[in-house]
Write a protein that binds this ligand. Sequence first.
Ligand SMILES: [Zn+2]
Length: 451
Amino acid sequence: MPCDPLKDAVFQAIDAEQETLVALGETLYAQPELGYREHTATREVAGLFKRRGFEVEENIAVTGMLAKPKVSRPGPVVSVLGELDAIVCAEHPHADPVTGAVHACGHHIQVAIMAGVAMGLKAAGAFDLLDGSVNFMAVPAEEFVEMAFRARLKQEGNITWYGGKQELIHKGYFDTTDIAMMAHALDLGPGPSAVIGATGNGFIGKEIRFTGKEAHAGAAPHDGVNALNAAMLAMMNIHAQRETFRDEDHIRVHPILTKGGDAVNVVPADVCMESFVRGRTIPGMQDASRKVDRAIQAGAMAVGAASTIHSMPGYLPLLTVPELDALFKENALPFCGSRIIDGAEFAGSFDMGDLSHLIPCLHPFTGGVSGNIHTREFQVTDMASAVLFPAKALAGTIIDLLRDGAKKGKAIIDGFSPRLTKTQYLNYLNTTLETRRMDEPADKEKKEQFS
Ligand SMILES: [Zn+2]
């Protein structure tokens, strides 16, 4: 590795903070909070940044925080992100017994990485030397869960959008960011390792309700309209669409029943489903979403039930910027040697996808954990390496982007053509948000007419 005094000083400073960073990760792990509820995590992170002399704005979107160094230098603005929220995985041995929340997606590691970058750059005096500035944002609600809770937050005027980055884009927190970056944990085996250039699916979320008519399930099922049968048919109808999904669109539709009935001796009259419709492109997602709606309505129609489909903009597909990935790779190589996978396609979704449609984004995956994310097997095998290596590689990338007149950073910013402007993006969110109601078929009234 060629001699680079500034990077060396930053890396040493990050190593010197190992205890603090590991403690931060462990503290967040010990108190998992779901999206828009990350009050304790926000306090922890904000407290640390304040103690280290950063200017901190707390609760930027219900929770979350934005930290800036006191010195701000002219030039591009890089934002380093860390997601605050846990996921629900009640089967996990460390899940909160009440909420089922656990950091089984490693977001607590991201926050410690972000703090590591901040502390390393600050201690080495990098903020005064770079031709641009660096912000640190602890962002809420990456996992798209707890719809009812978020609907209430929205009703009360506390949020407009369910996803944390959606909300922060809407609120203008990324208006002045030129490049955003973070590192997400993934099981990559022991030792420092990384996946770069990874793309991800976007998705449209759906809340579905079938309304039938209750009746005694034994004595008079003929008087009822079975909403559970409507839901079952809807699922079969969705399965029948699968052969029409194109391989290149990477469509995934995975509905679940969240309410199947009220009592076993009553014909189910109120049945609820949820689904994501995931895809690699916006038109692909929209095409699959229309087919899913059709399948749901056909299920309802078959048994004479009514249906309501509430579609919500989930996240956009994750896009990559090869030049940014290449720069990260250069900075990761000294730590992980050949253990870098270049290019991967994830069928899962990340709200960094939304931001990646607007500005250049870097979203590598880094190791130090084992087990699949969102499962009971997920665990941190080595908190120190899970945090220190990515913090150094991101800090090194920032130094390369912003030094020498921010030549490299400006080249990436100038060469980037956003897939959407902010106005187009907000338009997409608004038009994807829709409720389709289909009343029960009219044959009931006809029957009454002729009887
Ligand atoms: Zn995650």
